[in-house]
Design a protein around this ligand. Sequence first.
Ligand code: ATP
Length: 475
Amino acid sequence: MDNKLKIIINHAKLYGFIFKSSEIYNGIKSIYDYGPQGIEMKNNIKKFWWNYMVKYRDNIVGIESSILMNNKVWKASGHINNFNELFIINYIDNKIYIIDKLFYKIINKKIIENKKKIKLIFYYYLKNKKINKLNLFLKKIIKKNNLSKKFKWKNINNINLMFKTKLNSLNNEKFTYLRPETAQGIFVNIKNVKNSNRLKIPFGIAQIGKSFRNEIISKQFIFRTREFEQMEMQFFIYPGQEKKWYKYWLKSRLKWHYYLINKKKYKLKIHKNLSHYCKFATDIEFKIFNKFKELEGIHFRKNYDLKNHNKLSKKNLYFYDNKEKNKYIPYVIETSLGLDRLFYSIFTNSLKIENINNKKRIYLKLPKFISPIKIAIFPIIKNTQIINISKNIFNNLKYNFTTIYDENKSIGKRYKIQDSLGTPYCITIDFITLKNNTVTIRFRDTMKQIRCKINKLIKYFKKKFDISLFFKNNI
Ligand code: ATP
C-alpha cells in the first residue's frame, strides 16, 4: 500500500474518524465505520450540502426514500440489465482487471498503433454488449503487440453490481435489491412530492442516503466502497432548457466545492463514454495523491428514467404545460456526489505534516465549519478556581458550538491532540484569567495566540464560524 495512504488510514483510526468495519474479526472488505470525530465531520458536510442545495432555495425540496424498493424500479431504470461490470482474471499476475481499465492500460503502451481506430472498435463492442467479439478483439491486440507475457485470460466476466437480498415470504422466490443509487427514490416519488408541495417546473428534489454496489475492485480506503452515501439532487426542467440548467448546476456545484478546498485541486472531465441513462455528463474530479479522481457527476439524464417508469408502472408521470397546452415528461439534470469520497478528499487534503525546528508537527487543516470539534477548553493546571471558570465557559459555549473540555496531560500535549483532530480553536484559562477575565485563544493553523474577554467569546466565535455570506452570494 502507498505510504501516504497508510498515514491517512492510521491517522483516521487513531483520532476516531474512520475504523474498518468489524475490525475485531479482521474486517469486511471495503466497508468502513465512522468514529466519533468522523460522524461529526460527516454531519457537518451534509449540513453544508443540504443548506446550499435545499434549505436556502425556494425551488428544491428534500426527501428520504427507502433503500429497498419494488424490483420493477430497477427494471425500469435499466439497472437489472445494464448495471454490470465487465472484467477479466489475469492468469499471469492473478489480478482482476476491469475491462475499460485494462483497455487503457494496453492502449497507453507506446507500441500500439492505430489507437483511434482501436478505440472506436472497442467502444462499439462495449456499448452493443458484443462480449465474445470484444474478448477476441482484446486478445488479438495483446498478441499483435507481444503483450502475452503480461496478460492472459479465458473469458470476459459480466457481473451485475447490485446486492440481491431476500424478502420474507411464503414464496421463496421473492427477492429485491439494495439500491445502487438514491436517484430512483426521487424519480418514483415525483408526483407525490410535486402535488404535496404544489411545485412548478423547474424544481428539484434532493436526498442524502446510503447506496450499495457490489464493486469488483474496491480499494483506496473509502474512495470506492460497497456501502456508501450519496448526496443527489434531481432538477426537473422543461425539455429544451437543458443547456442553460446544465451550465447553471455545473457552475453552482463548483462554487460549493471551491469554498471547501482550493480550486486548483479540481478538474473537470467531460464524458465521452456515457452510462445507459445519460445524454451528457461532466465529472468534477479531485486531485488525490497526484491523480485526479471522480468526486461528483453532473448528468443530463433527459427523461430516460421518468419515461421508463411511466411505461412500466402505467401511472401517468406526464406534466401539463398550461401556456403551450401540451403534456410532456420533464427532463432532468442530476448532481450526484459521493459523501465518503468527498470526506476522503477533504481529509487527505487537510492532513499536514511539517518539520518545525527539527520537530514533526501534525495537524488537520480542515475548513473550520467542517471540523468535528470547533473549540477545546483547557484549564492550564488543575486549580479549583481555574477549573470552575473553564467549566463555566464550556457550559456557555457548548450550545452554540461543538465544544470539548479537557484538563488532562500537559498543555502542549492537549494542543497536539486537538491539532490532530482538526480543532481550529483552543481556549486556555490561566492565572491571568483570574485577574482580568481574559483567556487565550490559540489558532490551529498558525499556533498564534490572542487574549479575549470571556464575555466576548460567543460573539467572537459566532463571527468566525458564520458562513451565511457564502450562501447569500452564491445561491
Ligand atoms: P465510478 O466511475 O467511480 O465507479 P460512477 O460514475 O459509477 O463512479 P455515479 O454512478 O455517477 O458513479 O455515482 C455518483 C457518485 O457516487 C460518484 O461520483 C461517487 O462520488 C459516488 N460513488 C459511486 N460509486 C461509489 C463507491 N463504490 N464508493 C464510494 N462512492 C461512490
